[in-house]
Design a protein around this ligand. Structure first.
Ligand code: GLY
Length: 376
Protein backbone atom coordinates (compact mmCIF):
# COMPACT_ATOMS: atom_id res chain seq x y z
CA UNK A 1 0.00 0.00 0.00
CA UNK A 2 1.53 3.32 -1.03
CA UNK A 3 0.80 6.53 0.87
CA UNK A 4 1.84 9.99 -0.25
CA UNK A 5 2.71 12.85 2.10
CA UNK A 6 4.83 15.99 2.27
CA UNK A 7 6.80 14.71 5.26
CA UNK A 8 7.30 11.24 6.69
CA UNK A 9 8.67 10.90 10.21
CA UNK A 10 10.22 7.64 11.39
CA UNK A 11 9.75 7.39 15.16
CA UNK A 12 6.86 8.37 17.42
CA UNK A 13 8.64 9.32 20.64
CA UNK A 14 8.50 12.91 21.83
CA UNK A 15 11.07 14.05 19.26
CA UNK A 16 9.34 12.55 16.22
CA UNK A 17 5.87 13.50 17.44
CA UNK A 18 6.86 17.10 18.18
CA UNK A 19 8.34 17.48 14.70
CA UNK A 20 5.29 15.86 13.10
CA UNK A 21 2.92 18.08 15.06
CA UNK A 22 4.69 21.29 14.15
CA UNK A 23 5.03 20.34 10.48
CA UNK A 24 1.32 19.46 10.31
CA UNK A 25 0.34 22.63 12.18
CA UNK A 26 2.31 24.58 9.54
CA UNK A 27 0.06 23.08 6.86
CA UNK A 28 2.13 20.10 5.66
CA UNK A 29 0.68 16.65 5.11
CA UNK A 30 2.54 14.44 7.59
CA UNK A 31 2.75 10.68 8.10
CA UNK A 32 4.33 9.34 11.30
CA UNK A 33 5.57 5.73 11.31
CA UNK A 34 6.21 3.86 14.55
CA UNK A 35 5.69 0.19 15.44
CA UNK A 36 4.66 0.93 19.04
CA UNK A 37 3.26 4.46 18.85
CA UNK A 38 6.29 5.86 20.60
CA UNK A 39 6.54 3.17 23.21
CA UNK A 40 10.22 3.91 23.67
CA UNK A 41 12.55 6.01 25.79
CA UNK A 42 9.99 8.82 26.09
CA UNK A 43 7.79 6.69 28.32
CA UNK A 44 10.63 5.45 30.51
CA UNK A 45 11.88 8.85 31.60
CA UNK A 46 11.66 11.02 34.66
CA UNK A 47 10.78 14.18 32.75
CA UNK A 48 13.49 16.34 34.29
CA UNK A 49 13.92 19.69 32.56
CA UNK A 50 17.07 20.23 34.49
CA UNK A 51 19.90 21.93 32.62
CA UNK A 52 21.48 23.16 35.86
CA UNK A 53 21.52 20.05 38.01
CA UNK A 54 22.40 17.78 35.06
CA UNK A 55 25.26 19.95 33.70
CA UNK A 56 28.52 18.04 33.65
CA UNK A 57 32.16 19.03 33.12
CA UNK A 58 33.04 19.29 29.43
CA UNK A 59 29.43 19.63 28.24
CA UNK A 60 29.23 23.41 27.84
CA UNK A 61 27.68 23.33 24.35
CA UNK A 62 25.08 20.82 25.49
CA UNK A 63 24.29 23.03 28.49
CA UNK A 64 23.67 26.02 26.19
CA UNK A 65 21.30 23.91 24.10
CA UNK A 66 19.48 22.65 27.19
CA UNK A 67 19.11 26.22 28.46
CA UNK A 68 17.60 27.23 25.13
CA UNK A 69 15.11 24.40 25.50
CA UNK A 70 14.08 25.20 29.05
CA UNK A 71 13.65 28.90 28.17
CA UNK A 72 11.19 27.87 25.47
CA UNK A 73 9.40 25.20 27.48
CA UNK A 74 6.82 27.30 29.36
CA UNK A 75 5.24 28.90 26.30
CA UNK A 76 5.55 25.66 24.34
CA UNK A 77 3.74 23.70 27.08
CA UNK A 78 1.00 26.35 27.21
CA UNK A 79 0.54 26.17 23.43
CA UNK A 80 0.50 22.39 23.48
CA UNK A 81 -2.03 22.26 26.33
CA UNK A 82 -4.22 24.68 24.42
CA UNK A 83 -3.98 22.60 21.21
CA UNK A 84 -4.70 19.28 22.93
CA UNK A 85 -6.97 20.49 25.75
CA UNK A 86 -4.94 18.58 28.36
CA UNK A 87 -2.23 19.40 30.92
CA UNK A 88 1.37 18.18 30.59
CA UNK A 89 2.15 18.32 34.33
CA UNK A 90 4.80 21.05 34.28
CA UNK A 91 6.44 21.79 37.67
CA UNK A 92 8.73 24.70 38.44
CA UNK A 93 9.87 23.91 41.99
CA UNK A 94 13.55 23.43 41.15
CA UNK A 95 16.02 20.69 42.01
CA UNK A 96 17.54 20.21 45.45
CA UNK A 97 20.83 18.35 44.95
CA UNK A 98 22.03 16.70 48.16
CA UNK A 99 25.14 14.83 49.23
CA UNK A 100 25.10 11.80 51.47
CA UNK A 101 28.60 11.90 52.94
CA UNK A 102 31.59 14.29 53.03
CA UNK A 103 33.17 12.96 49.87
CA UNK A 104 29.81 13.15 48.02
CA UNK A 105 29.59 16.72 49.30
CA UNK A 106 33.05 17.57 47.96
CA UNK A 107 31.99 16.20 44.54
CA UNK A 108 28.77 18.24 44.61
CA UNK A 109 30.66 21.42 45.49
CA UNK A 110 33.14 20.84 42.62
CA UNK A 111 30.24 20.41 40.19
CA UNK A 112 28.52 23.46 41.64
CA UNK A 113 31.60 25.61 41.02
CA UNK A 114 31.57 24.50 37.37
CA UNK A 115 27.83 25.19 37.05
CA UNK A 116 28.21 28.65 38.61
CA UNK A 117 31.09 29.43 36.25
CA UNK A 118 28.63 28.68 33.42
CA UNK A 119 26.28 31.33 34.85
CA UNK A 120 23.79 28.96 36.51
CA UNK A 121 22.03 29.91 39.74
CA UNK A 122 23.01 27.65 42.64
CA UNK A 123 22.40 28.21 46.36
CA UNK A 124 24.52 26.17 48.77
CA UNK A 125 22.61 24.90 51.80
CA UNK A 126 23.72 23.13 54.96
CA UNK A 127 22.00 19.97 56.15
CA UNK A 128 19.43 21.84 58.24
CA UNK A 129 18.53 24.23 55.45
CA UNK A 130 18.02 21.23 53.15
CA UNK A 131 15.60 19.74 55.67
CA UNK A 132 13.74 23.02 56.01
CA UNK A 133 13.04 22.73 52.28
CA UNK A 134 12.39 19.00 52.36
CA UNK A 135 11.52 17.87 55.92
CA UNK A 136 11.62 14.12 55.11
CA UNK A 137 15.31 14.18 54.13
CA UNK A 138 17.49 12.00 56.38
CA UNK A 139 19.20 13.99 59.17
CA UNK A 140 22.58 12.63 58.08
CA UNK A 141 22.36 14.22 54.61
CA UNK A 142 25.55 16.22 54.55
CA UNK A 143 24.41 19.33 52.70
CA UNK A 144 23.07 20.39 49.35
CA UNK A 145 22.61 22.93 46.60
CA UNK A 146 19.31 24.36 45.36
CA UNK A 147 19.10 24.76 41.57
CA UNK A 148 15.94 26.84 41.57
CA UNK A 149 15.65 27.21 37.79
CA UNK A 150 15.22 23.50 37.02
CA UNK A 151 11.75 22.25 36.11
CA UNK A 152 10.11 18.89 35.41
CA UNK A 153 7.25 17.59 33.31
CA UNK A 154 5.19 14.41 33.52
CA UNK A 155 6.81 12.64 30.56
CA UNK A 156 3.91 10.25 29.95
CA UNK A 157 1.33 13.01 29.97
CA UNK A 158 3.60 15.11 27.81
CA UNK A 159 4.00 12.31 25.26
CA UNK A 160 0.24 11.66 25.27
CA UNK A 161 -0.60 15.36 24.90
CA UNK A 162 1.87 15.70 22.02
CA UNK A 163 0.22 12.74 20.30
CA UNK A 164 -3.20 14.29 20.84
CA UNK A 165 -2.03 17.59 19.38
CA UNK A 166 -0.50 15.76 16.40
CA UNK A 167 -3.75 13.88 15.79
CA UNK A 168 -5.73 17.10 16.06
CA UNK A 169 -3.38 18.63 13.45
CA UNK A 170 -4.19 15.64 11.19
CA UNK A 171 -0.88 13.78 11.39
CA UNK A 172 -1.56 10.30 9.99
CA UNK A 173 -0.14 7.38 11.97
CA UNK A 174 1.13 4.13 10.49
CA UNK A 175 1.94 1.33 12.89
CA UNK A 176 4.99 -0.16 11.20
CA UNK A 177 8.77 0.19 11.13
CA UNK A 178 10.74 2.17 8.59
CA UNK A 179 13.08 -0.24 6.87
CA UNK A 180 14.88 2.24 4.69
CA UNK A 181 14.81 5.68 3.17
CA UNK A 182 14.02 5.56 -0.56
CA UNK A 183 16.57 7.55 -2.50
CA UNK A 184 16.89 8.53 -6.12
CA UNK A 185 19.00 11.09 -7.96
CA UNK A 186 20.62 12.23 -4.74
CA UNK A 187 17.49 12.98 -2.78
CA UNK A 188 15.04 11.29 -0.41
CA UNK A 189 11.76 10.22 -2.00
CA UNK A 190 10.06 8.56 0.96
CA UNK A 191 10.43 5.36 2.98
CA UNK A 192 10.02 1.62 2.62
CA UNK A 193 8.15 -0.02 5.51
CA UNK A 194 9.00 -3.37 7.11
CA UNK A 195 5.43 -4.52 6.53
CA UNK A 196 5.83 -4.17 2.77
CA UNK A 197 4.18 -0.78 2.16
CA UNK A 198 5.84 2.49 1.39
CA UNK A 199 5.29 6.20 1.87
CA UNK A 200 6.32 8.70 -0.78
CA UNK A 201 7.46 12.07 0.58
CA UNK A 202 9.93 14.78 -0.37
CA UNK A 203 11.07 15.11 3.25
CA UNK A 204 12.06 12.25 5.53
CA UNK A 205 12.86 12.75 9.21
CA UNK A 206 14.57 9.89 11.04
CA UNK A 207 13.78 10.26 14.75
CA UNK A 208 13.89 6.63 15.79
CA UNK A 209 15.93 7.09 18.98
CA UNK A 210 18.57 4.44 19.53
CA UNK A 211 17.22 2.50 16.51
CA UNK A 212 17.90 5.36 14.08
CA UNK A 213 21.12 3.80 12.77
CA UNK A 214 19.19 0.72 11.68
CA UNK A 215 17.23 2.73 9.11
CA UNK A 216 18.69 1.96 5.67
CA UNK A 217 19.74 4.83 3.45
CA UNK A 218 21.53 6.92 6.06
CA UNK A 219 25.14 7.82 5.31
CA UNK A 220 27.36 4.95 6.54
CA UNK A 221 29.12 7.13 9.13
CA UNK A 222 25.78 7.71 10.91
CA UNK A 223 24.75 4.09 11.18
CA UNK A 224 26.79 3.45 14.31
CA UNK A 225 26.71 6.90 15.89
CA UNK A 226 23.71 6.24 18.14
CA UNK A 227 23.84 3.44 20.69
CA UNK A 228 21.34 2.30 23.33
CA UNK A 229 22.17 3.28 26.90
CA UNK A 230 19.91 1.37 29.24
CA UNK A 231 18.15 3.15 32.07
CA UNK A 232 16.07 1.41 34.72
CA UNK A 233 13.71 3.40 36.90
CA UNK A 234 10.94 2.91 39.43
CA UNK A 235 7.52 4.50 39.62
CA UNK A 236 6.32 4.79 43.20
CA UNK A 237 2.94 6.00 44.44
CA UNK A 238 1.79 7.52 47.71
CA UNK A 239 -0.80 5.40 49.55
CA UNK A 240 -4.26 6.97 49.54
CA UNK A 241 -4.49 9.92 51.93
CA UNK A 242 -0.72 10.19 52.54
CA UNK A 243 0.61 13.70 51.84
CA UNK A 244 3.33 14.00 49.21
CA UNK A 245 6.75 13.43 50.75
CA UNK A 246 8.75 15.87 48.57
CA UNK A 247 8.00 19.04 46.62
CA UNK A 248 11.28 19.53 44.74
CA UNK A 249 13.06 17.13 42.47
CA UNK A 250 15.79 15.66 44.66
CA UNK A 251 19.09 14.56 43.17
CA UNK A 252 21.45 12.81 45.48
CA UNK A 253 25.01 11.60 45.35
CA UNK A 254 25.11 8.56 47.61
CA UNK A 255 28.59 7.13 48.12
CA UNK A 256 29.59 8.26 44.65
CA UNK A 257 26.41 7.09 42.87
CA UNK A 258 23.70 9.38 41.48
CA UNK A 259 20.02 8.85 42.18
CA UNK A 260 17.10 11.18 41.55
CA UNK A 261 13.55 11.41 42.88
CA UNK A 262 11.04 13.36 40.81
CA UNK A 263 7.58 14.15 42.27
CA UNK A 264 4.38 14.47 40.27
CA UNK A 265 1.26 16.40 41.17
CA UNK A 266 -0.83 13.20 41.00
CA UNK A 267 1.18 11.48 43.75
CA UNK A 268 3.61 9.56 41.60
CA UNK A 269 7.30 9.65 42.54
CA UNK A 270 9.92 8.56 40.00
CA UNK A 271 13.20 7.08 41.24
CA UNK A 272 15.95 6.75 38.65
CA UNK A 273 18.02 5.82 36.94
CA UNK A 274 20.71 3.35 36.02
CA UNK A 275 23.04 4.03 33.12
CA UNK A 276 24.14 0.77 31.55
CA UNK A 277 25.99 -0.21 28.39
CA UNK A 278 24.15 -3.45 27.64
CA UNK A 279 23.10 -3.03 24.04
CA UNK A 280 19.36 -3.36 23.44
CA UNK A 281 18.63 -5.28 26.68
CA UNK A 282 15.49 -3.92 28.37
CA UNK A 283 15.11 -6.30 31.26
CA UNK A 284 14.53 -5.01 34.76
CA UNK A 285 17.04 -6.50 37.19
CA UNK A 286 16.69 -7.19 40.89
CA UNK A 287 20.05 -5.53 41.53
CA UNK A 288 19.01 -2.26 39.91
CA UNK A 289 15.72 -2.15 41.84
CA UNK A 290 17.66 -2.83 45.04
CA UNK A 291 20.33 -0.20 44.34
CA UNK A 292 17.86 2.52 43.33
CA UNK A 293 15.69 1.91 46.42
CA UNK A 294 18.71 1.64 48.69
CA UNK A 295 20.16 4.94 47.50
CA UNK A 296 16.78 6.69 47.54
CA UNK A 297 16.11 5.47 51.10
CA UNK A 298 19.57 6.58 52.24
CA UNK A 299 18.56 10.21 51.67
CA UNK A 300 14.77 9.92 51.97
CA UNK A 301 13.97 7.03 54.33
CA UNK A 302 10.21 7.54 53.97
CA UNK A 303 10.53 6.19 50.42
CA UNK A 304 10.12 2.75 51.99
CA UNK A 305 6.49 3.57 52.87
CA UNK A 306 5.49 4.24 49.26
CA UNK A 307 3.90 1.76 46.88
CA UNK A 308 6.18 0.26 44.22
CA UNK A 309 3.79 0.68 41.28
CA UNK A 310 6.03 -0.09 38.33
CA UNK A 311 9.59 -0.96 37.40
CA UNK A 312 10.74 -0.19 33.88
CA UNK A 313 13.74 -0.05 31.59
CA UNK A 314 14.29 2.07 28.50
CA UNK A 315 17.02 2.78 25.98
CA UNK A 316 18.43 6.30 25.72
CA UNK A 317 19.92 7.18 22.34
CA UNK A 318 23.53 7.88 23.35
CA UNK A 319 26.23 9.37 21.09
CA UNK A 320 30.04 9.54 21.31
CA UNK A 321 29.97 13.14 22.64
CA UNK A 322 26.64 12.87 24.54
CA UNK A 323 25.12 15.48 22.21
CA UNK A 324 22.13 15.07 19.88
CA UNK A 325 22.51 14.58 16.13
CA UNK A 326 20.07 16.93 14.45
CA UNK A 327 19.95 18.35 10.95
CA UNK A 328 20.23 17.58 7.27
CA UNK A 329 22.43 14.70 6.29
CA UNK A 330 23.55 13.21 3.00
CA UNK A 331 20.80 13.21 0.37
CA UNK A 332 18.57 16.28 -0.01
CA UNK A 333 15.33 16.01 1.92
CA UNK A 334 16.75 13.70 4.61
CA UNK A 335 16.88 14.94 8.20
CA UNK A 336 18.11 13.21 11.31
CA UNK A 337 16.82 14.07 14.80
CA UNK A 338 18.19 11.63 17.32
CA UNK A 339 20.90 11.10 19.94
CA UNK A 340 19.11 13.12 22.60
CA UNK A 341 20.51 10.76 25.21
CA UNK A 342 19.55 12.02 28.69
CA UNK A 343 17.71 15.11 27.44
CA UNK A 344 15.08 14.01 24.93
CA UNK A 345 12.08 15.18 26.93
CA UNK A 346 13.66 18.60 27.31
CA UNK A 347 15.01 18.95 23.79
CA UNK A 348 11.91 18.13 21.75
CA UNK A 349 10.92 21.72 22.38
CA UNK A 350 14.18 23.27 21.19
CA UNK A 351 13.69 21.69 17.78
CA UNK A 352 10.60 23.71 17.12
CA UNK A 353 9.33 27.11 16.07
CA UNK A 354 12.44 28.34 14.34
CA UNK A 355 14.66 27.31 17.26
CA UNK A 356 16.16 24.73 14.95
CA UNK A 357 18.16 27.54 13.33
CA UNK A 358 19.46 28.86 16.66
CA UNK A 359 23.26 28.98 17.02
CA UNK A 360 23.00 26.62 20.02
CA UNK A 361 22.30 23.81 17.51
CA UNK A 362 25.43 24.36 15.44
CA UNK A 363 27.71 21.97 17.37
CA UNK A 364 25.17 19.16 16.99
CA UNK A 365 24.78 18.62 13.24
CA UNK A 366 25.27 15.17 11.70
CA UNK A 367 28.21 16.66 9.78
CA UNK A 368 30.42 16.41 12.84
CA UNK A 369 30.37 12.65 12.24
CA UNK A 370 30.13 12.45 8.44
CA UNK A 371 32.24 15.37 7.29
CA UNK A 372 29.64 15.77 4.50
CA UNK A 373 28.19 19.14 3.61
CA UNK A 374 24.68 19.12 5.11
CA UNK A 375 23.29 21.50 2.55
CA UNK A 376 23.53 18.95 -0.24
N1 GLY B 1 17.89 12.67 32.38
C1 GLY B 1 17.79 11.60 33.25
C2 GLY B 1 18.26 10.31 32.75
O1 GLY B 1 18.60 10.15 31.59
O2 GLY B 1 18.31 9.39 33.55
Amino acid sequence: MAEIADVVVAGGGVIGTAIAWRAAAAGLDVVLVDPDEGDAASLVAAGMLAPASEALFGEGALLRLNLLAVRRFGSFAAELEEAAGQQVGLRREGTLAVAYDPSDHAALIRLTAFRRSAGLAAEELDSRACRRLEPFLAPDVHGGVLFADDWSVDNRRYAAVLREAARAAKVRYIRDRVLEVRLSHGRARGVQLAGGGDVGAAHVVVAAGCWSGAVGGLPDALRTVVRPVKGQLLRLRHPAGVPHVIGHTIRAIVRGTDVYLVPRADGELIVGATQEERGPDQTVTAGAVHDLLHDAMSVLPVTSELILAETCAGLRPGTPDNGPVVGRCGPAGLLLATGHYRNGILMAVALLAGQFAAPEWEPFTPQRFTGLDGSR
